[in-house]
Design a protein around this ligand. Structure first.
Ligand code: KMT
Ligand code: NI
Length: 171
């Protein structure tokens, strides 16, 4: 894992966009983003049991796996959004970037690779992209039914109870 301020410069979303200003794991936890490096499934099982993640599946994001819809999917993952539940991803292979908004509403880019596990809290604005390798395989964990519905950023979400709870807890 490596985290840094996104440079906000034009160019493909899959480029590093590294401003050179680092962000620490403590800074991430101050906005509710939790990071773990877990070397085996036993460790993931333990975390899942502790936090009540009963279900899981695996997703491979690559042109080989997705065909024609790959480019559209990658664009849609990169729309700024939130969820009404945690987003938990355990990277099994490849790498990619999760961008999250910090307290000052700036983008922080989190580069994840194999064995990295990230937990984004409900209500945080974020987005995802593959990198130039165009390949990531991840396990998605969830508590009950997967609630993947992305709610794209808008002023209307200011009154969403999950957003309000997130703002009161972390911002
Ligand atoms: C998401 O919710 O953005 C995804 O599942 C992206 C692929 S998982 C690395
Ligand atoms: Ni999401």
């Amino acid at each position: 894992m490596k985290a840094y301020f996104y440079d906000n410069l034009p160019g493909d979303q899959r480029l590093p966009h590294d401003s050179g200003k680092a962000v620490s794991a403590d800074d991430l936890s101050s906005v509710g983003v939790l990071y773990y490096h877990i070397g085996d499934l036993e460790g993931v099982n333990k975390l899942a049991a502790d936090r009540g993640y009963k279900n899981r599946d695996e997703i491979t994001v690559s042109p080989e796996n997705m065909g024609d819809v790959y480019e559209t999917k990658v664009k849609s993952f990169f729309e700024e959004h939130l969820h009404e539940d945690e987003e938990i991803r355990y990277i099994r292979d490849g790498q990619g970037y999760f961008d999250v908004r910090n307290k000052g509403d700036q983008w922080v880019r989190i580069q994840l690779e194999k064995d990295d596990l990230i937990i984004l809290p409900a209500g945080i604005y974020h987005r995802f992209t593959t990198d130039e390798s165009n390949y990531i395989q991840a396990m998605r964990l969830f508590k009950e039914e997967p609630k993947w519905t992305p709610l794209n950023r808008s002023g209307e979400l200011d009154t969403n109870p999950y957003r309000k709870e997130y703002v009161s807890q972390f911002l």
